[in-house]
Design a protein around this ligand. Structure first.
Ligand code: ATP
Length: 245
């Protein structure tokens, strides 16, 4: 079997004295859509923040285990390098866009560390606007005036403008009206079909398992079930605890 793109091995992390992850293991292969599902506080965001190597004070501290990208440990790598050199981008919960800047200014800021040509960058602007026509229509608008769903699209657009090949999404469905949610997941599917690797965390287990190829269930900092999405959806315990019976 080839080396997975991302390998999380026996990962323990803490915030101060609180241990949030107790030795989790999972992999993400190139081109896959993998989801981590679990309840509030299970450790899903902590896992993504650990991979993104977010700096303190936000970041959890890895105390044991490893995170590898194409077989190489990335522990201690700067968050900028994770984006610019590994092309791994995090779309955090709460979106973190600049509300006082326009849509197009937000997208432009995301390109700052790119080393490729202007033509490549222009191609990505066109891609973002074709995936999310609502952003195209609103490109001169201040981002704080966008709806929650449109802000979520902008957050994904920013990841694409950083030239990512792997996108990690923290609850992209949060607060979205059904129609916008459909648009969002249709766009993500299209990106995956073009080769984007996706690591998705979600409380909405049904949505996540319908979308992903494989999944892991995380419960209070431990992985308690894993497998192809279809078999997780058939698992009686997963059904009972996460899919509403
Ligand atoms: P949610 O869907 O509610 O965001 P989650 O599965 O993403 O949940 P995490 O946010 O990763 O869960 O939280 C995992 C554990 O770590 C929780 O017990 C949480 O209280 C704790 N935790 C998260 N962030 C911090 C922090 N900055 N300081 C201290 N503890 C934290």
């Amino acid at each position: 079997m080839s080396t997975p793109l991302i390998e999380v091995e026996n990962l323990y992390v803490k915030y101060g004295n609180i241990e949030a992850l107790h030795g989790i293991n999972f992999t993400v292969g190139e081109g896959e859509i993998v989801t981590l599902i679990g309840a509030n506080g299970a450790g899903k965001s902590t896992t993504l923040m650990s991979i993104a190597q977010l700096p303190p004070p936000e970041a959890p501290k890895v105390i044991k285990g490893d995170i590898r990208f194409k077989g190489q440990s990335i522990l201690g790598m700067s968050p900028d390098k994770i984006v610019a050199d590994l092309h791994v981008a995090l779309v955090p919960e709460g979106r973190h866009i600049f509300g006082n800047l326009t849509v197009e200014e937000n997208l432009k800021l995301a390109t700052y560390a790119r080393k490729d040509s202007q033509a490549d960058i222009q191609r990505d602007y066109n891609r973002v606007y074709s995936l999310f026509p609502r952003l195209d229509e609103r490109k001169k608008q201040r981002s704080e005036s966008l709806s929650g769903g449109e802000q979520q699209m902008l957050a994904v657009g920013r990841a694409l403008m950083s030239a990512c090949r792997v996108v990690m999404l923290d609850e992209p469905s949060m607060g979205l009206a059904p129609l916008l949610m459909y648009d969002m997941f249709r766009a993500l599917k299209e990106l995956n079909e073009e080769g984007m690797t996706i690591l998705l965390i979600e409380q909405n287990a049904k949505l996540a398992l319908d979308f992903a190829h494989r999944g892991y269930v995380i419960d209070t900092g431990e992985i308690v079930a894993e497998g192809p999405s279809a078999s997780l959806m058939d698992d009686p315990e997963v059904k009972r605890a996460y899919l509403g019976g």
